[in-house]
Design a protein around this ligand. Sequence first.
Ligand code: SAH
Length: 230
Amino acid sequence: MYKKGKLTGVGIGPGDPELITVKGMKALESADVIFYPASKLEGKQEKSFSVQILAQLGLKVSCRPLLIPMNAKNRETNYQLAFEKIKAEVESGKKVVMVAEGDLLFYSTFGYILKLAETENIPCDLIPGIPAFIAAGSAGKRAIVEGANAFEVIARPESFQQIEHALKTDRTVVVMKMSVLNGWDAFLQDCNREFLYAEGIGTSAQFLTTKVEDISDREIPYFSLITFYA
Ligand code: SAH
């Protein structure tokens, strides 16, 4: 059934269009169609971080959004609908690429799409990308982990207590989707760890700091993370 068609997942890195692997770039250039995840709140314009990266690559391939509403209750249905679009293209024999910002299996929509593709025996190739927290290491010019250091990632923390708990160990701790919590200023004042706050890594809006006072009046956007060094 899928004589020629296949799905290739490509991690396109954290924001800088040059932080894509050579293999990923080749897959993008030779695709028949590229799908990128986009979110849309009711009445608002579609938003996509990935399309901004794609737009800088000079591709001649048709790029189409896969709408995944961010705070929708019926997530499963949305993934299924997105998957159906991909499936239809693969079944018609096309080389389909779905991109993911950062790496494609690290807190990414592609992980859900992959499961659906596998249940339907759609051939898949996966090309990893540079995750944002790894890019933050280089941006901050400080080792994320060294020697025998352990490392923990917290995503979408439920409370500051959860982070405090992790910081009681001697691990390096990375918090992603940190914008779900308010009150970072007070928390960082009291915590006894050096940290790097990184926003929009790899984009023209990149902002980095290791000082609490730089964050005090700042609205924390979705594309931000913090690394607490061991
Ligand atoms: N697949 C991505 C992660 C997606 S989850 C990866 O491999 O990095 C989305 C979260 O990742 C954001 O809330 C933020 O914490 C982090 N993130 C992704 N890109 C980022 C960027 N360019 N700058 C800062 N944080 C980023």
